[in-house]
Design a protein around this ligand. Structure first.
Ligand SMILES: [Zn+2]
Length: 138
């Protein structure tokens, strides 16, 4: 994932706010649900705003599809995940709750990774009506 925002250039061009939209392949390790994987590239639509102190606010949404075995009945199923994400980037910041960036360029890699994990459901369920398989006792 190499999606970047050149804050220095945006400032020079007086583009203090803008939209970024792109797709990226999420790492398979981001899915912790058994027998489930991300079946499509993640679609990102982000809005950035550069504040006076060069910190940058990111808001937007991500969308992707999960595919695999229903966590309850094990049938093949898929689910579309769409959700809002946000991040705050501080130039040359210390480690803390915010993201930091250096050299005037924001690398979205860690933010996108965290955002996919944030939106990931705990399990994949095919529908309200499905039930766990009956275990036969012999
Ligand atoms: Zn099910």
């Amino acid at each position: 994932m190499a999606f970047k925002l050149d804050v220095r250039r945006a400032n020079a061009e007086k583009k203090y706010a803008g939209e970024l939209s792109f797709t990226f392949e999420a790492d398979a390790s981001l899915v912790e649900i058994p027998f489930v994987s991300i079946s499509s590239p993640v679609e990102a639509t982000l809005h950035y705003e550069i504040l006076e102190d060069d910190s940058v606010e990111i808001t937007g949404s991500l969308a992707f599809s999960l595919k695999g075995s229903c966590s309850r009945c094990l049938r093949e199923t898929q689910q579309r995940i769409v959700g809002d994400v946000e991040g705050y980037f501080v130039p040359d910041g210390e480690d803390g709750e915010d993201y930091s960036y250096s050299g005037g360029v924001i690398d979205f890699g860690e933010f996108l990774r965290d955002s996919v994990i944030f939106l990931m459901p705990a399990r994949l369920v095919c529908g309200d009506s499905c039930a766990a398989p009956d275990y036969k006792e012999d």
